[in-house]
Design a protein around this ligand. Structure first.
Ligand SMILES: NC(=O)c1ccc[n+]([C@@H]2O[C@H](COP(=O)([O-])OP(=O)(O)OC[C@H]3O[C@@H](n4cnc5c(N)ncnc54)[C@H](OP(=O)(O)O)[C@@H]3O)[C@@H](O)[C@H]2O)c1
Length: 419
């Protein structure tokens, strides 16, 4: 049986979850993973009242962990710059590194992977995307023989929790408060709500599947704060629901990379993943469409992914970070993509309003698949819901502006439809 001595940096949620899981499941990891994990040292700048480290050595400076007699540094401090410095130093000290930190990989992944290659150590990060739900090693190992053409998924549990509750009739603000109360959303939820967390994760998956850079070039990122509960009602009448989707897709050697809300078919697999769950759909040549879903956050789930990295590290001779990246692929300009759109327009209930709206689309040669005037709102305003044919993203902002400029229109919003 192999054994590994590890040093844990950070002593928060995930680190204490890892500590407890390794101790509680020691025999299971030995029998199934053929690995004996010894936690030699913990870098904790202060005690954590939720976890007693027993006799394990504690150092107050996380950088002191790197000088200890250990095989692996498990970086669990989060953030970007200090984490980068810690990981690079660990690698230069010839320690393998395991991390759950998507932000540092998104921003400095290529640099860190190169350093790991140059120093002959492994850099593993299964828990950085969807926590312990397996996706990184799946892309690297199990799908090694498959061409992947598209990755699409709900990669942020908080956003999926909020949207699922809105689908059931709740509004955004109260659902966010509930998510915070239940511990699904951070006290400052900006990173989740504005789409950045999902963007980090799809950036990492895209680098594995399509060889895009880490950090990637700029790509389109939009969060869920403009979605209203009425959008679910109107979407549902047309057979759709609203999800926050992160997408990476190959298109003639160029890569489409984006993270934004989208209408997806209500009977699709992803549409039916509710609550904090994460879900990914992979399109492959050999396996067809593959679905993966599971918990995307939490102590146990993240510990599961971290331990899977340690088991891989101990039992594999192949260094995944040393695998030559596929040919580098550039990103497609988002403005050159085409989408069908859902538009919600609130207008005054006066004759000719529908005609003035449709003429704006006609001027741009954009077809309208359906347009419906819904029941009256208060003060003689009516909601108009419109589905367009495919049109170029570069027309989108101008269309919104032109609709809003109409005297009879009070507000307008739009959501892309994922084909
Ligand atoms: N929570 C999840 O469900 C989850 C899931 C997947 C991945 N992750 C990733 O796992 C990592 C850890 O998340 P977490 O939830 O455990 O965070 P957390 O509870 O905030 O814990 C972070 C720990 O790192 C310490 N730390 C931060 N900066 C430090 C520094 N400069 N020097 C020394 N110690 C430092 C903190 O110390 P103080 O307490 O003194 O600040 C704390 O002990 C993050 O990268 C996160 O994205 C988390």
């Amino acid at each position: 049986m192999k054994s590994l001595k590890i040093g844990i940096c950070g002593w928060g949620n995930v680190a204490t979850g890892l500590f407890n899981t390794i101790n509680q499941n020691k025999e299971l990891i030995k029998s199934k993973g053929r690995l004996d994990i010894e936690i030699s040292v913990i870098g904790a700048r202060r005690d954590n009242p939720k976890c007693n480290p027993g006799n394990t050595e504690i150092v107050r400076d996380i950088f002191d962990v790197l000088d200890k007699e250990i095989d692996v540094v498990v970086e669990l401090i989060g953030g970007v710059e200090v984490a980068r410095e810690l990981i690079l130093k660990a690698i230069k000290n010839k320690k393998h590194v395991v991390t759950a930190n998507k932000a540092v990989i998104f921003n400095h992944g290529d640099e860190i992977i190169k350093e790991a290659n140059d120093n002959g150590v492994m850099f593993l990060y299964e828990s950085s995307v969807c926590a312990g739900t397996p996706i990184i090693k799946l892309l690297n190992e199990e799908l090694a023989a498959s061409n992947i053409t598209k990755i699409a998924g709900m990669l942020n549990g908080t956003s999926n929790f909020i949207l699922s509750n809105m689908e059931d009739g709740a509004d955004f603000k109260s659902t966010l408060e509930l998510a915070q109360k239940e511990g699904y959303a951070e006290p400052d939820p900006t990173f989740d709500i504005d789409g950045m967390d999902a963007a980090h994760k799809i950036g990492i998956l895209s680098s594995l599947a399509f060889g895009t850079n880490l950090p990637p070039d700029d790509f389109y990122i939009e969060g869920i704060s403009k979605i209203e509960k009425d959008d679910f009602k109107y979407a549902s009448e047309m057979g759709y629901t609203v999800k926050h989707l992160a997408v990476s897709k190959i298109n003639n050697k160029e890569i489409e990379l984006r993270a934004h809300p989208a209408l997806i078919r209500s009977n699709s697999y992803l549409a039916n993943l509710k609550g904090v769950r994460n879900g990914i759909e992979l399109e492959t040549d050999l396996l067809g469409t593959l679905h993966i879903a599971g918990s995307g956050a939490g102590q146990e789930s993240t510990a599961s992914g971290l331990i899977s990295d340690l088991v891989f590290l101990a039992n594999s001779n192949i260094n995944p970070s040393s695998i030559e990246k596929k040919e580098k692929n550039g990103l497609i300009d988002f403005q050159s993509l085409s989408f069908q759109y859902y538009f919600y327009i609130e207008a005054e209930d006066i004759p000719g309003v529908m005609a003035s709206i449709t003429s704006i689309f006609a001027k741009k040669n954009i077809g309208i698949e359906s347009i419906v005037q819904k029941e009256d709102l208060k003060e003689k305003t009516v909601p108009i819901v419109l589905i367009t044919d495919l049109f170029l993203e570069s027309n989108h902002i101008e269309l919104l502006d032109n609709i809003l400029k109409l005297d009879s229109v009070n507000s307008v919003r739009s959501i892309r439809i994922e084909s």
